[in-house]
Design a binder for this molecule. Structure first.
Ligand code: EPU
Length: 429
């Protein structure tokens, strides 16, 4: 893979960025609807697809299985999975992306078997798959793992509907079990289900295409399964990416007096907007936009954040928020409750001049404000990669952000969006 880097010239803590940012479609919704294409008898038409690397990996996985994917526009595709016969997920591609596991539910429901390696993705904790496997066992699946580490799942009599209680409110398990249950005969119930907007949006579209699902957006979801779905020409338009919008809001809060974040859904970002307002940020939110107002000379209040399942504070925004906290007067803290190892980025921020103390792997405190200076940063995951970009933009001097691939996994043409609002950023090999 081509090793790419970003070069950023920092603003030296000046609030000079201004203009508009248009938010792309949500990575964590599009990957799941693409996996759901295996539930459809006819073409699945998807629009507003973000041009990000993970979408390319999901396309490759589906094509390798035998799916036909036609590009119908710059950001739209049609997927037809009628020709899929293979039940083995491509090993190397699956190992690049956690979302590959979401395919297992639809595959198991449709073919009664599926074979896959332990899924990859960002290194932010253990990322076990035991909850998927336990739920499948409950639905009548036999599971083996061979010497190469490949899981072999077989449901000789087909998947049986079942009530499953999730011991954690997992996004991926909820989505995958919804898909498996659509093809399992009978009534399945998922208790302690995830409430994330992407889960509700994707499953809501499946509902429109014939899936009998009730309770979406609550912790108890019921599915009457047994039949494949038909889109009948309905189009799934990918919802705006709340994490991209949230990251731009943090950037605007620190480096702009006039930034309009367009095509977002502020109702999905209340955990962030309410805490930023509490801290003292002047902003305005409408139905589909957020505007950062003049905050010249603002002194923000310190904050205490605990990451939580939706509608709590999203784990995917804690790294950008840590950068915000470096600019606040006093001591702030973050308690990460979703992943075991998501503070890998703090060391590099400290090298830039931040004062972050790691109390234990899931708790940090941040003493601010700090003047940041440019440096060479190596993002441990895609969300931390964007946090580094924000820190580099604020800092005095030049920075290099290595392994840009991580950022490209989840953010479309980030340097173009940033250049448009006044950031000096270039990409190079
Ligand atoms: N978990 C288990 N066992 C399992 C599955 C999950 O213990 O079998 C645990 C996880 O280790 C974690 C917790 O459950 O501690 C919750 O994780 P969840 O399953 O909800 O996460 P996910 O589905 O793997 C999605 C997003 C993540 C986001 C989390 C939490 C996608 C592709 N990924 O992951 O996004 O952080 O939900 O909201 O939807 C990202 O986009 O950068 C990213 C990491």
């Amino acid at each position: 893979m081509e090793e790419k880097k970003f070069f950023i010239r920092g603003l030296g803590h000046q609030r000079t960025l201004r203009g508009e940012v248009f938010i792309s479609g949500a990575k964590n919704a599009v990957l799941k609807i693409m996996a759901a294409s295996l539930l459809f008898e006819d073409d699945l038409h998807i629009e507003n697809i973000p041009k990000v690397e993970d979408v390319e990996r999901m396309k490759e996985l589906l094509i390798d299985l035998g799916a036909e994917i036609r590009q119908t526009g710059e950001r739209s595709i049609k997927i037809n999975t009628a020709g899929v016969k293979k039940t083995e997920l491509h090993t190397e591609i699956s190992q690049k992306m956690r979302a590959s596991i979401v395919l297992s539910g639809a595959m198991l429901g449709r073919f009664g078997q599926v074979h896959f390696p332990h899924p990859g993705g960002c290194v932010i904790g253990e990322r076990p798959i035991s909850m998927f496997l336990n739920a499948y066992r409950g639905m009548g699946t036999e599971i083996e793992r061979d010497e190469e580490g490949i899981y072999h799942l077989k449901a000789p009599e087909g998947l049986k509907a079942k009530a499953t209680f999730l011991n954690k409110q997992s996004v991926g398990v909820t989505e995958t079990l919804i898909m498996a249950s659509i093809l399992a005969k009978g009534r399945s119930v998922i208790k302690n289900a995830a409430l994330e907007p992407e889960v509700v949006d994707v499953a809501g579209f499946l509902q429109k295409c014939g899936a009998k699902i009730s309770g979406l957006g609550t912790t108890t979801i019921t599915i009457e399964g047994g039949k494949p779905l038909k889109s009948g020409g309905k189009v799934y338009k990918v919802m705006p990416d709340r994490l991209e919008a949230g990251s731009f809001l943090v950037l605007g809060a620190l480096a702009s007096n006039d930034l309009l974040i367009k095509n977002c859904q502020p109702e999905h970002l209340e955990a962030l907007t309410s805490i930023l307002r509490f801290s003292g940020l002047r902003m305005e939110a409408g139905k589909d936009y957020i505007k950062v107002l003049n905050n010249e000379g603002a002194e923000f209040k310190p904050l205490e954040i605990k990451t939580h399942e939706y509608p709590g504070f999203p784990t995917d925004l804690q790294a950008p928020m840590a950068v915000f906290m470096t600019q606040v007067k006093g001591e702030s803290s973050i308690f990460e409750t979703i992943f075991e190892n998501r503070f890998g980025y703090t060391e590099d921020l400290n090298k830039m001049g931040a004062r972050i103390r790691l109390w234990h792997p899931q708790k940090i405190s941040i003493e601010g404000p700090s003047r940041l200076k440019g440096g060479t940063l190596h993002g441990p995951d895609l969300r931390a990669g964007l946090a580094f970009i924000i820190a580099a933009i604020l800092a005095q001097g030049d920075s290099v952000i290595e392994n840009a691939y991580y950022v490209d996994r989840g953010y479309e043409a980030i340097e173009k969006k940033l250049q448009k609002i006044g950031v000096s950023i270039e990409r190079a090999k």
